[in-house]
Write a protein that binds this ligand. Structure first.
Ligand SMILES: [Zn+2]
Length: 215
């Protein structure tokens, strides 16, 4: 079930991964593009919301795992949208990421999935680093949260005190926890990234709690 979080923010829910549609006066922006069936789910959700005639202006990538980037290349081609993605996950975008240790399981799953699901490699229009600002929606700041992947990044809207935390956390139903170890390339960096997120709580207005949106 898709969820309208605000009148300019839509969550597209799928069994494996969630992704988001943001809307401002220029059009729509996607945070990640979902996994198998994601394009159809997006189309349906935009129709239901009455946003299907609005241009998709940009695609923002949180990290390079296939369940987040499977549709990015194809959707960028179809819509002409720019793509902004974390610099340190670049090897994932052209399909050349390598996996070590426990995450070789993830690498194997992706090696099977990429040809099966017609993954299209892509070159981002803009490579993102920690602290950069995206001048869209209510403003988004890139927050580098390595651990899940080397380049894994969240996007923080200070005005709304809202963080798109990507796969820093996983949730099954109402239970939130860290992603399983086989999905974390740099497990030792996860706790530091969680500290980084907790520090965000102290910026902006202290009167409202920080809200997290995991994908
Ligand atoms: Zn992931």
């Amino acid at each position: 079930m898709n969820q309208l979080i605000r009148d300019d923010l839509l969550q597209i829910r799928t069994p494996i991964v969630n992704f988001y549609v943001l809307r401002d006066h220029r059009g729509l922006y996607l945070i990640d593009c979902g996994f198998a069936g994601g394009r159809q789910l997006l189309k349906q959700a935009l129709q239901n919301r009455g946003w299907d005639r609005e241009p998709i202006v940009g695609i923002i990538v949180t990290h390079g795992h296939l369940d987040h980037i499977l549709n990015v290349g194809l959707m960028a081609q179809e819509t002409g949208a720019w793509v902004a993605a974390p610099r340190l996950d670049s090897a994932h975008y052209n399909g050349n990421a390598t996996y070590r240790g426990f995450t070789q399981v993830t690498g194997l799953l992706e090696a099977i999935g990429k040809p099966l699901l017609n993954f299209q490699p892509f070159t981002p229009t803009r490579l993102l680093d920690h602290g950069e600002q995206l001048d869209i929606w209510h403003g988004l700041q890139v927050v580098h949260l390595p651990g899940h992947t080397v380049g894994h990044s969240g996007f923080y809207c200070e005005q709304l005190r809202l963080l798109f935390s990507a796969d820093l956390f996983a949730s099954y139903g109402s239970l939130s926890h860290l992603p399983p170890r086989i999905f974390n390339s740099e497990e030792k960096l996860v706790s530091k990234s969680i500290s980084t997120v907790l520090d965000l709580r102290f910026s902006g207005s202290p009167s409202q709690p920080l809200r997290y949106r995991s994908t």
